[in-house]
Design a protein around this ligand. Structure first.
Ligand code: COA
Length: 227
């Protein structure tokens, strides 16, 4: 199964070889395929002002190859929602130490829609909940296209709209706050058949982490005699 690695400023040096492919994949997917031309850069890497040392990345790695990723930004610092799309949040930007903003979730094209094991996208959605619980987060803000909402609903992510959807460059986009809690994580783990935490914290032994709830499978229920 692919591994999901936590990459932060403290262990980024261990993942340097992955950053060039990572930014190139972002360019390939967001600029070339999705045509988000505002993100175009002549060097073929999609890097923005939020890729600072405070960004946290989840890298999904399979056999040494980066096959998916997600970015989390502290909302106490500038985010997409606070600096680019403030009008999507009618109550004003959320700036809280226990809330991070998620962005740039992607799976490389040849690993999308897989059915042989947990979908890489589901692994990422599960892994970011595990990350949040481990470091004491209670929520994630996201600026997203509205087609995500039924997907979140299906997998059990609880997304609360922060404003009305707006049309931006032909896309229906809105801001949401998603709960980060034990129940959601446990439900995701059970949906994709995980019986233990999935994150790899290489080089992060010094990071204080909170205990995760038990997700080991319950013992099989004995069949009840027919009444
Ligand atoms: N617009 C509308 N719906 C979309 C979509 C888009 N741009 N991209 C994915 N979907 C939805 C569709 O419902 C699709 O169903 P379909 O098969 O009937 O078209 C479903 O997602 C499955 O998507 P798929 O790409 O086959 O596989 P996946 O579930 O493994 O991966 C993503 C989903 C979003 C991770 C993957 O499509 C991806 O990496 N996309 C590019 C990056 C991106 O746009 N990220 C979101 C913004 S940060």
């Amino acid at each position: 199964m692919p591994e999901i690695h936590v990459v932060r400023k403290d262990n980024r040096h261990l993942y340097e070889p992955y950053f060039d492919p990572y930014f190139r994949w972002r360019h390939e997917i967001y600029v070339k395929q999705r045509k988000w031309m505002a993100l175009d850069r002549p060097d073929g890497r999609e890097i923005d002002q939020f890729d600072t040392e405070d960004a946290v990345y989840l890298f999904c790695i399979d056999n040494g190859q980066l096959i998916g990723a997600m970015r989390a930004l502290p909302t106490l610092l500038p985010t997409l929602m606070s600096d680019i799309f403030p009008y999507l949040n009618i109550r004003g930007p959320i700036r809280r130490s226990d809330v991070y903003e998620l962005s740039r979730i992607f799976v490389i094209p040849e690993r999308r829609g897989e059915h042989a094991g947990p979908r890489v996208e589901m692994l990422l959605l599960t892994a970011i909940m595990e990350y949040g619980i481990s470091v004491g987060l209670t929520g994630f803000t996201i600026v997203l296209e509205s087609w995500w909402l039924p997907r979140f609903e299906r997998c059990g992510w609880k997304a609360h709209p922060l404003g009305l959807p707006q049309m931006i460059d032909g896309m229906s986009v809105l801001a949401v706050l998603v709960d980060c809690d034990d129940t959601t994580w446990k439900s995701l783990c059970s949906q994709i058949g995980l019986t233990r935490p999935t994150l790899t914290w290489r080089g992060l032994a010094g990071l204080n982490r909170l205990a995760l709830p038990d997700i080991s499978l319950p013992p099989p229920a004995f069949a009840q005699p027919a009444q």
